[in-house]
Design a protein around this ligand. Structure first.
Ligand code: EPZ
Length: 426
């Protein structure tokens, strides 16, 4: 088990270049199964979830070579049509292989994907949308089920009951291979959906409307290998901004469209930080670490305040001189990190879908455990705000979305390193 060891408190200063986005590269990896020839990706973050995706490609008989921040993918020689359960259980993004496998082989096993425990994460919209394109659910032996589409998929006019990011990505990918035109209504507008559409277009797809609530795809065009650069990770950018806000300091975050960070920057300004945009892809933040409570903050789908940033903002506001209630409208178990915040001495509690934090407390070192990816990153921020040496255990959750969180913060002045084993138990 890996852990992150932090000696606080830290003041952060310096600049960070934002890496490629996890939530963009993973659906692109899966969609590459539909491309004939070689797909070369740049700005690929070196994450455990990306390694897991490469393992899925290998298990399917496809090639996935990771080198530095590039990936070379080729699915021409695909030999298998099932993802081993141990791999699909490793991450939520295994669900993105449903549509490509269905299209390539006429069948795709339905198994619950893994991923962070943020509450129930059904895949009914993925399945329902694929059925609207002509797929059928069939029962197989031992209680297992699969989607089948022996005659391929056809275009449709489909309205998502909720703008799910993942389901939008599944249906967008499927629509590229379906015969005829597909209109997807009520879709997610997140930047990672836009990035997938751009990748598919670069591979030959005919797509219009990404980034709005309606996407139109004229399907059936062959997709070819292409070269594509993955978009920046706005959640990593937000992690640095929230850390500087909570710890105090001055940071510049470079490479992420400033507009994507504006919902967070607006909140951090209200909390007392000075946050400016120095250019279309550069944001600067300075904070004296003494923040004000924000009252009620609600997450929402894009362009609202993102659910993934909610625990990070919560960490920044732990010592604020007033209370903040952050209500997540997307996931029911977003704030499992509240227990770790409390162990660090914060007035923090999760109540239903809300996180309650604040009240000018002094934070002191503790040994805490990452409950999930963003909750773990939030605990690292809280540890950097705390007096003494803290240990954040279960760093494997953090590795899903951060290349090396210690290497992200050490150049900014944090006393932080990666540890092995379980130092708290010693
Ligand atoms: C994506 O998850 C991201 N993951 C999440 O990132 C992110 O928190 C989330 O979108 C919201 O922005 C990836 O892109 C790999 P959803 P996803 O489908 O696609 C319900 C991170 O830390 N729903 O938009 O799983 C669902 O239960 C993470 O990087 C259904 O009911 O999110 C949830 O309440 C974690 N049926 C809501 O929609 C479905 O078929 C939003 O889920 C699909 C979703």
């Amino acid at each position: 088990m890996r852990s992150i060891i932090v000696s606080g408190p830290s003041r952060l200063s310096g600049s960070v270049c934002v890496p490629g986005a996890k939530n963009s590269v993973l659906p692109i990896f899966a969609a590459s199964l539909l491309c004939a020839g070689t797909v070369t990706l740049h700005n690929v973050p070196r994450l455990s979830d990306v390694s897991a995706a490469a393992e899925i490609h290998a298990a399917l008989g496809c090639t996935a070579v990771l080198a530095g921040h590039a990936a070379v993918l080729c699915a021409d020689g695909m030999t298998a049509c099932d993802i081993p359960h141990t791999l699909s259980a490793k991450m939520r993004s295994s669900v993105f292989y449903l549509a490509p496998l269905l299209i390539r082989t006429g069948r795709a096993a339905l198994s619950a994907p893994g991923g962070c425990n943020l509450g129930p994460r059904p895949i009914d919209i993925h399945v329902d949308g694929l059925c609207a394109m002509g797929a059928q659910v069939v029962q197989e032996g031992g209680g297992a089920s699969a989607l089948v589409a022996p005659d391929g998929l056809h275009g449709t006019d489909y309205t998502l009951r909720f703008p799910s990011v993942g389901a939008t990505e599944t249906l967008l990918t499927a629509a590229c291979a379906a015969r005829g035109t597909t209109v997807l209504r009520g879709v997610a507008e997140e930047p990672e959906v836009v990035d997938l559409a751009r990748f598919l277009r670069a591979a030959g797809a005919d797509i219009a409307g990404e980034g709005t609530s309606r996407i139109t795809v004229r399907g059936g065009r062959p997709l070819f290998g292409t070269e594509y650069t993955v978009c920046p990770d706005r959640i990593v950018a937000a992690t640095v901004l929230c850390a500087a806000a909570g710890c105090g300091g001055e940071v510049i975050v470079d490479g992420c469209p400033a507009a994507q960070l504006e919902p967070l920057l607006t909140l951090l300004r209200r909390a007392g930080c000075v946050a400016t945009t120095l250019g279309p892809r550069t944001a600067a933040l300075s904070s004296d670490g003494v923040l004000h409570g924000l009252g009620l903050v609600q997450t929402g789908v894009y362009p609202g305040f993102p659910t993934d940033m909610a625990p990070l903002l919560g960490a920044a506001l732990l010592r604020a001189d007033g209370m903040t209630v952050i209500r997540d409208t997307i996931f029911s178990n977003r704030f499992a990190c509240a227990a770790g915040f409390a162990e660090l001495g914060a007035n923090a509690a999760a109540s239903g879908e809300s996180l309650i934090v604040g009240g000018a407390c002094a934070l002191r070192a503790a040994c805490v455990s990452s409950p999930d990816l963003r909750g773990g990153a939030a605990l690292v921020i809280a540890a950097m705000m705390s007096e003494g040496e803290s240990v954040v255990e279960d760093a494997q959750y953090i590795d899903r979305g951060y290349e090396d969180i210690a290497a992200l913060f050490a150049p900014l002045g944090a006393q932080i390193e990666t540890g092995c084993g379980c130092p708290c138990a010693v």
